[in-house]
Design a protein. Structure first.
Lengths: 58, 250
């Protein structure tokens, strides 16, 4: 996530959107980690979603 | 953490949300599919205590040798895992629940960590209190390919892979049980891996509309013929030139 944040900071001015779909089963814990890591790009809550079930594997 | 999509608009007017990095998903699923019908390659193993082991199909029999103790499973379900992967953890719990019913049948469940070290794998096993063995894979090209996508493979007594899937979803246990029962009964495995959606380069990314992790409200990312549109929790819309996204299990 730290590396993604750096990518976000370097590409945002060029109009590139960096985003994460969070699959952590504990949204509270994921929120805490996201804040601690200083993430400023959009993070979606993906755990339990159909999208996550279909694509978030491997 | 696997990428969802990579981008740069290829032509004007096309949404930049193409799915080059979702090729990861394609690689995972095709690696799983390629295994069925193949004989499992010799795989070198290590226990978390550092003892050597080996899994191989030799002389028409599947042999599992761990620290000098040799067994010949009638059916072997191997879960290739990563000790810091939450999905692997969910699958391990599901497999652990099946361990008791496999006892005495000749069906064996085995976890093989293709990432991590002895300490992290032992911690994974102990934290989940897994009743089945979890070893470390000594990776080479063949075993790395076999493990791709945190694959699950069910192998018959001669060492031939009869079932393969990438990833895990709740309910997969049913297909595993069907495959294991069929092999124990000497029947053909008709169970097939659960359908997983596969995106490939050039596909249109599905609309992503989900709650925001931080703050109230929803976030949405859509690709249309007019380009990408990102809507934040305040309903403000921006139009990225490109987007890069990842599924993260932290």
């Amino acid at each position: 996530m730290v590396h993604l944040q750096k990518i976000h900071e370097s590409l945002a001015a060029r109009g590139v959107l960096v985003f994460v779909i969070a699959m952590h089963p504990d949204a509270g814990e994921a929120r805490k980690l996201t804040r601690e890591l200083g993430v400023t790009f959009p993070v979606f809550q993906g755990h339990g979603s159909t999208l996550g079930d279909l694509y978030a594997y491997g | 953490m696997q990428p969802v999509s990579g981008l740069r608009p290829r032509t004007a007017g096309l949404p930049g949300l193409c799915v080059t990095a979702a090729a990861f998903v394609l690689i995972a699923s095709s690696a799983a599919a390629q295994g069925v019908g193949d004989r499992i390659p010799p795989i070198r193993l290590k226990t978390t205590a550092g003892e050597n082991g080996r899994l191989a199909a030799e002389g028409g029999a599947l042999t599992l040798d761990v620290a000098g103790k040799q067994t010949n499973p009638k059916v072997l379900l191997v879960h290739f895992l990563q000790p810091d992967c939450l999905q692997c953890e969910a699958e391990a719990r599901a497999l652990d629940a099946m361990t008791a019913e496999c006892g005495g049948t000749g069906a064996v469940i085995l976890g093989l960590a293709h990432r991590g070290n002895a300490a992290s794998v032992a911690a994974f096993r102990d934290r989940l209190k897994l009743a089945y063995p979890v070893l470390l894979l000594e990776a080479d090209e063949a075993s790395t390919k076999l493990a791709a996508g945190d694959a699950t493979r069910i192998v018959d007594r001669t060492g031939v892979i009869r079932f393969a899937q990438a990833g895990f979803g709740d309910g997969d246990q049913r297909t595993w049980r069907e495959a294991i029962s069929a092999l124990l009964d000497g029947r053909e495995v008709k169970a097939t891996a659960p359908a997983r959606a596969v995106l490939k380069a050039g596909d249109r990314m599905p609309v992503i509309e989900l709650p925001a992790l931080i703050g109230d409200g929803k976030l949405a990312l859509r690709g249309t013929e007019g380009g990408l549109a990102f809507e934040d929790t305040q309903d403000r819309v921006t139009r990225p030139s490109a987007a890069v996204g990842f599924f993260s299990r932290y």
